[in-house]
Design a protein around this ligand. Structure first.
Ligand SMILES: [Zn+2]
Length: 134
């Protein structure tokens, strides 16, 4: 597994996240992120994380360890994309990159953080067919 920092998110993965956040509203949405070649490319929806009257972050705390997972994403129906105390605890426990999407769940209302809760700048990449070998 590469230790290189995650630097980007695929546009399709981001759109999936924004769409799921809108659908879940006013409940929180949560999922696991998977990366390939240091770019987030897959969103793993967890059974039972949609439309539940329970904190999505609490559910993420109960995740089994998935070696291909690089972090988590969840929505904040409140409109603030800042991590809560509960979020910061999750970040230190699990993964390297964490995305929080706030209302109105558009391209500008999400932020990414590292495990210490410091903001990370992620580039939105377009899916390309190129495969780098190495
Ligand atoms: Zn949160």
């Amino acid at each position: 597994m590469s230790k290189k920092a995650i630097w980007g998110i695929d546009r399709e993965a981001l759109e999936l996240i924004l769409g799921a956040s809108r659908l879940s509203h006013p409940w929180e949405f949560a999922a696991v992120l998977r990366a390939r070649e240091s770019v987030i490319r897959e969103v793993l929806f967890l059974p039972g994380t949609l439309a539940l009257n329970q904190s999505a972050v609490l559910r993420l705390h109960m995740l089994p360890i998935d070696p291909s997972a690089c972090g988590t994403v969840h929505s904040h129906p409140s409109g603030s994309a800042s991590p809560s105390q509960e979020d910061l605890m999750l970040f230190t426990k699990y993964g390297r990159v964490h995305i929080i999407v706030a209302e109105p769940f558009d391209e500008h209302s999400w932020r990414a953080y590292d495990y210490r809760g410091n903001e990370l700048k992620l580039e939105v990449t377009e899916l390309k067919k190129q495969v780098s070998k190495g």
